[in-house]
Design a binder for this molecule. Structure first.
Ligand SMILES: CC(C)(COP(=O)(O)OP(=O)(O)OC[C@H]1O[C@@H](n2cnc3c(N)ncnc32)[C@H](O)[C@@H]1OP(=O)(O)O)[C@@H](O)C(=O)NCCC(=O)NCCSC(=O)Cc1ccccc1
Length: 329
């Protein structure tokens, strides 16, 4: 695998011969599938790559609450409202586990959140699309959490211990999220009016391609993949995961009685996979640059929440201080 990785370019991966003794011992540990823990020596690039990926992952969970929050007051029944609130609360929890995992690498949570607010740190492109109908809440659970699960199940085997352990818990909760989303769509398709069925199809039409973009650029255009695969931070490539997601999702789509907005989507007997059309990469990069339909709104909402929540944080610190003084007295 090394020779293959070294040949294909992008951010160049060092061969074993080029490594310092420390780097070589580190790589051997990774190759032996022994987890890297916070106190172990690690190359600075490994640390920085993890801080980047884990912080972006945490930001995605937290920003990902916003499109759904839009529907809490409008969920059609009390049961749906409770399920949606539980899901959103889980996402806040996922953000917290991930920020904590990131802190074990020496990163500062406030600094990383500031990078989100000033546009230096990314979060998943998918959360820059609006939720226009109740069906979108179903589609997000089914397609967006579905895509997140495909990516995160593999990350349970990532080489950094705290990240891998956070993923195990997160994946369990994501499975519930996916089921609740699919159930919303199934109910609308089975018991809904023609207008409600149309609402589901319209929602799938809008979220299908952005969900496929969640896996990132093609492998050949992914600058971080080769090094991240060599360090086993990533265990499968962007294109491999995207294909896995499509293969498992199309039968669910057919079961719903809906279609994908992709005329090229068809089963390829020879490959044993679905073929699919080309993603609009221009749209993907536009969203990454901050020009998606909701980028500005999302960041403005996050900043407002941090500013308006300052008094809660100050009160919590003052309370902890008082408790400490009481305990010492
Ligand atoms: C696969 C990838 C996302 C990207 O691979 P890498 O090796 O890191 O990068 P690569 O070289 O391939 O790309 C070049 C550049 O493009 C960036 N970029 C790529 N794709 C995207 C994108 N889609 N959106 C935005 N940016 C993207 C990438 O960061 C890099 O930029 P940089 O160099 O930093 O400036 C990886 O980071 C990963 O697995 N992360 C962990 C999983 C994770 O974060 N999940 C989040 C969803 S959680 C969820 O949904 C739960 C939920 C559900 C429902 C409701 C609420 C919550």
């Amino acid at each position: 695998m090394y020779a293959q990785l070294v040949e294909t370019g992008a951010k160049r991966v060092k061969s074993l011969d080029e490594m310092s003794p420390e780097e070589r011992a580190f790589q051997e540990r990774i190759d032996a599938e022994i987890k890297i823990e916070p106190k172990n020596w690690m190359p600075d690039g490994y640390r920085q790559t993890l801080i980047r990926q884990i912080s972006q992952h945490a930001h995605s969970e937290v920003v990902g609450m916003l499109p759904e929050g839009n529907w809490v007051t409008r969920a059609p029944t009390l049961k749906r409202k409770l399920q949606l609130m539980a899901k959103i609360q889980d996402e806040a929890g996922h953000g917290l586990y991930l920020y904590s995992a990131m802190e074990t690498l020496g990163a500062d949570r406030d600094e990383e959140i500031e990078k989100l607010h000033n546009g230096k740190a990314k979060y998943s492109s998918i959360f820059n699309y609006p939720t226009l109908s109740w069906a979108d809440i179903g589609t997000i659970g089914w397609l967006v959490d579905g895509a997140a699960i495909v990516n995160q199940v593999v990350l349970q085997r990532t080489s950094y211990g705290p990240y891998s352990r956070a993923m195990i818990r997160i994946c369990k909760e994501e499975s519930f999220h996916q089921r609740q989303g699919y159930q919303i769509l199934l109910d609308l398709m089975r018991h809904g009016t023609d207008e409600q069925k149309q609402m589901v199809q319209d929602s799938i039409n809008r979220f299908w391609w952005p969900a496929l973009m969640m896996f990132g650029p093609h492998d050949d255009d992914s600058p971080n993949s080769q090094q991240s695969m060599a360090w086993k931070i990533k265990r499968k490539s962007n294109d491999e995961l995207r294909q896995m997601f499509i293969d498992q999702t199309v039968p669910q789509l057919e079961f719903l009685g809906c279609t994908a907005p992709d005329p090229d989507l068809k089963w390829n007997e020879e490959r044993g996979h679905y073929d699919f059309g080309e993603i609009n990469w221009q749209e993907f990069y536009d969203v990454l640059k901050g020009n998606g339909p909701c980028n500005r709104e999302r960041i403005a909402t996050r900043k407002k929440a941090i500013e308006e929540g300052a008094w809660v944080r100050e009160a919590a610190v003052a309370y902890a201080e008082k408790q400490k003084q009481r305990a010492a007295a």
